[in-house]
Design a protein around this ligand. Structure first.
Ligand code: PMP
Length: 429
């Protein structure tokens, strides 16, 4: 992004104009937790409630028709943005619920429709689910629970000292027993980009389903789900400039066709008698009850906003920010967890993004966060919902700085300068 484009982007985000801690300009470096929202997304939600609010898919009146069109147009926008067909996008409240939807469907096979693909959702003792040691709890705990419900066994791909997945034993971890391989596209701790093609190939070889946690990739990289070849993907609206309360599950069409429903009730049915019910085709089969229509419409506009900026340009801007953020490694006593420089990864895209977790020798992460906050700099501290990955590195907590399309190199500079003063502040030598 040129300086003028970046200034124009920033002007679109009202919250970035506010001050914190007694008049300091806000330096928001917590976009991996949640991104800020452009005015057009906020306006779209308000406009929906002011002009179009109605229940979708059912009403016989004009408002219902307009609301339905807005809702389905949003689905089409989001689908186009991630390289999917609209019928392959299921609205969910977020990534966590999207992953849980697949995991629960896999212990709900009695509601399935039969057929070869449907059998892929029936799991039992002797079956294995493979995750990685780098996962966010949202892509770990649902699989642990699925194992507990079905008798399947959880295995995982370890993380190497460099913070990247260690694939040296991949062939003995992903085997004929593997039914699901679930992994994050980009780590929300180290920023490392996973070798998707290699993992998808390993899963395909043994007929396992792939589930991609795309929470940290969709807002920052061009993502084409059909090209990546994954079976399922989950992501959240609120991390990609959209509203909270909405996200999506992508599923390959044949798989969604075969997948048993999880939440049952209104809107997801075809024929209901007192004895039995037939279910609607996907995506409606997975959208029981009244949906988060205003948020979905807002998310469609967020996808359009990013699409208009161009994800190539967004990714290039974020590479610059990642490089600037990684310069904190030059500060005495500061240690970055994970890859310490940006290289070229699959498809010519960067192999790590602008989310950088670090420790400061002799200073607790929470104290680091507080000193930065006093200067108006917002970072996240803790385990970032990835306790196993922190345990892998023998640390309980890190501080994490993460950028988005609206972040400037000046902001990263202010962060580095403040961080350089942290050890002196606590009189650590
Ligand atoms: N996976 C990753 C990698 C994440 O960063 C997050 C959000 N912290 C999630 C899953 C969960 O997303 P949500 O809380 O929006 O459901």
């Amino acid at each position: 992004l040129s300086a003028a484009e970046l200034a124009a982007v920033r002007a679109d985000f009202p919250l970035l104009g506010r001050t914190v801690r007694g008049g300091r300009p806000l330096v928001y470096l917590d976009s991996a937790a949640t991104s800020q929202k452009p005015q057009v997304v906020l306006d779209t939600e308000v406009d929906f409630y002011e002009q179009r609010n109605a229940a979708v898919h059912r009403g016989a009146h004009q408002l219902a028709e307009e609301a339905t069109i807005a809702f389905e147009d949003a689905r089409a926008s989001l689908a186009a943005f991630v390289g999917a067909d609209p019928g392959e996008i299921v609205w969910t409240p977020g990534a966590t619920s999207a992953i849980n939807l697949v995991a629960y469907a896999m212990s709900n096979a009695t509601l399935g429709r039969g057929g070869v693909e449907a059998r892929r959702f029936a799991l039992g003792a002797g079956d294995e689910i493979v995750v990685t040691e780098a996962e966010h709890h949202a892509n770990l705990v649902p699989w642990q629970e699925l194992c507990a419900r079905t008798g399947a066994t959880l295995r995982w791909i370890p993380v190497g000292d460099d913070g990247r997945l260690d694939l040296s034993d991949l062939d003995s971890i992903v085997t004929e027993r593997t039914r699901v391989l679930a992994f994050g596209h980009v780590s929300n701790v180290t920023g490392a980009v996973a070798p998707v093609a290699r993992l998808v190939a390993a899963a395909r070889r043994v007929g396992a389903l792939t589930v991609l946690d795309a929470c940290q990739s969709v807002p920052h990289l061009p993502v084409d789900l059909h090209a990546l070849g994954v079976d399922f993907a989950a992501f959240s609206g609120h991390k990609m400039l959209g509203p909270t309360g909405v996200g999506a599950l992508y599923g390959r069409r044949e798989l969604l066709e075969a997948m048993p429903p999880v939440t049952t009730g209104g809107s997801m049915v075809e024929v209901v008698t007192m004895e039995a019910t037939t279910y609607a085709p996907p995506p409606q089969r997975f959208e029981a009850g009244t949906q988060m229509v205003a948020q979905a419409v807002g998310l469609g506009v967020a996808a359009d906003y990013l699409g208009e900026l161009g994800m190539g340009a967004v990714a290039a801007h974020e590479v610059l920010l990642a490089e600037e953020l990684l310069r904190i490694g030059e500060i005495p006593g500061v240690r970055v967890i994970g890859p310490s420089n940006v290289g070229v990864g699959p498809g010519g895209l960067p192999d790590r993004l602008a989310v950088v977790s670090f420790v400061v020798d002799g200073v607790h992460a929470h104290d680091v966060g507080q000193v930065l906050d006093d200067r108006g700099i917002a970072v996240r501290v803790g385990h970032h919902c990835a306790q196993p990955l922190h345990r892998r590195f023998g640390i309980a907590a890190t501080a994490r700085a993460s950028a988005s399309v609206y972040t400037t190199t000046d902001e990263v500079g202010a962060f580095r300068e403040a961080l350089a003063g942290v050890r002196a502040f606590f009189s650590v030598n």
